[in-house]
Ligand binder design. Structure first.
Ligand SMILES: C[S@@+](CC[C@H](N)C(=O)[O-])C[C@H]1O[C@@H](n2cnc3c(N)ncnc32)[C@H](O)[C@@H]1O
Length: 380
């Protein structure tokens, strides 16, 4: 899945954009990085909390642009990537011997091959349980060997994060998926035939004391001090007929959790999801599709609470149209808690971007699907 930047506009011209790296990730803000950086620079802040860091693209871009970054997500894969890209004291070459060692291991059968490896039957995915698989067996056998070895080696926190991030990136380059692990392709993708090969991630030595957290946003907010908080939560589904069709990160990326933990969990269903990623047991209030006790949608209550409990002067909020939170409800929350200083809209289908003043004109645009907004709020 290649992501491109939207057409440049006056807001993004002449902006040096640092290179970032990650796995394919639904909702990644790779294409919005120029606008995010520009809005952050507009208010000259130093410490920024990336509160729903996901792929860590935004955290990387902020850190490589001179900000001190507090990187948070409740998902463990995000924590490992955050440590890898933000916490290294060394340059990439310091990790080459470790990565070479992992690449040189003889492949072996193991837990990942048993559950997620398939054979090639003339271009079609074949497995003894009859299910489609996310990787070819020649690669899960390499995964089994590498993942076991990472646990055997006496690694520092950063070395471990570098090894695991490198494994996630390597697997992402040979997967048989559409960018998540909720289902797999029947006909093997061309990239699944490649050999899983690890490379040292494109990290840079830290120039600030960045911090990485794996916390629920509501337990984190009272504990951290930041000049600006960037919020990019999931925005519940507004699909009344099929609420389960909403993106649920812990369920969609269950395999990244298992690779990080290497805990051989019980699994269920055709996609072999971890039991603790089932619809009943996991998730986030931001992925909810029901009404809460106040009569408002649970996700609206959560956004309201999140902005209320933020102690920073500046808030940058991402919002995608088509979610459970309507533009009008969001406007009410923003107006209640502060003054919106900037609104930026990106239409991904038309590949155009516009900066607009707070005239309410964005409300009309927000009725159209596939619109992405950035609000810069000064809190009262
Ligand atoms: C839209 S994605 C963020 C994408 C990210 N900005 C990027 O560029 O990759 C939303 C993220 O919120 C995380 N998340 C959901 N609920 C959360 C919660 N209650 N606390 C912390 N993180 C949460 C998910 O794991 C997911 O990575």
């Amino acid at each position: 899945m290649t992501e491109r930047s939207p057409e440049s506009s006056s807001l993004s011209k002449n902006l040096a954009l640092p290179a970032t790296q990650s796995v394919k990730y639904i909702g990644s803000k790779l294409r919005l990085l120029p606008q995010i950086l520009q809005l952050v620079r507009l208010v000259s802040v130093h410490t920024v909390l990336d509160a729903f860091a996901g792929s860590t693209r935004v955290s990387q871009a902020l850190a490589y642009s001179g900000c001190r970054v507090l990187c948070n997500d409740h998902a463990i894969w995000s924590k490992y990537m955050g440590i890898c890209y933000l916490k290294s004291d060394h340059s990439r070459t310091a990790y080459q011997a470790l990565i070479d060692h992992l690449n040189g291991l003889p492949p072996q059968d193991g837990w990942f091959t048993e559950h997620y490896g398939g054979e090639d039957a003339g271009g079609i995915c074949a497995a003894s349980d009859g299910y489609k698989k996310p990787f070819q067996r020649h690669n899960t056998r390499r995964l089994d060997a590498i993942r076991e070895e990472i646990d055997r080696l006496p690694l520092t926190e950063v070395e471990r994060a570098v090894a695991i991030t490198s494994l996630l990136l390597g697997l992402d380059a040979v997967d048989n998926t559409l960018g998540h692990f909720a289902s797999y392709l029947q006909r093997w993708s061309a990239r699944s035939y490649r050999t899983l090969t690890l490379q040292v991630p494109a990290l840079a030595p830290a120039t600030e004391s960045h911090e990485v957290y794996q916390r629920d946003i509501f337990t984190l907010l009272p504990r951290v001090e930041a000049d600006l908080v960037y919020f990019d939560p999931p925005y519940g589904s507004n699909n009344e007929k099929m609420p389960p069709s909403r993106v649920r990160y812990l369920a969609y990326y269950h395999l990244w959790t298992t690779i990080c933990l290497n805990d051989h969990p019980s699994v269920f269903g055709k996609a072999m999801r971890r039991a603790d990623s089932s619809d009943l047991r996991s998730g986030s209030v931001f992925e909810d599709f029901r009404r809460g006790s106040s009569g408002r949608w649970v996700v609206i209550e959560a956004i309201d609470r999140m902005i209320r409990e933020t102690r920073s002067r500046w808030i940058l909020l991402s919002y995608s149209s088509g979610g459970r939170a309507t533009a009008e409800q969001l406007r009410e929350i923003l107006d209640q808690h502060g003054t919106v200083r900037q609104v930026v809209r990106v239409d991904y289908r038309k590949n155009v971007m516009a900066a607009m003043s707070w005239t309410g004109e964005w409300l009309r645009d927000a009725e159209t699907p596939h619109q992405e907004f950035l609000f810069l709020l000064e809190k009262r």
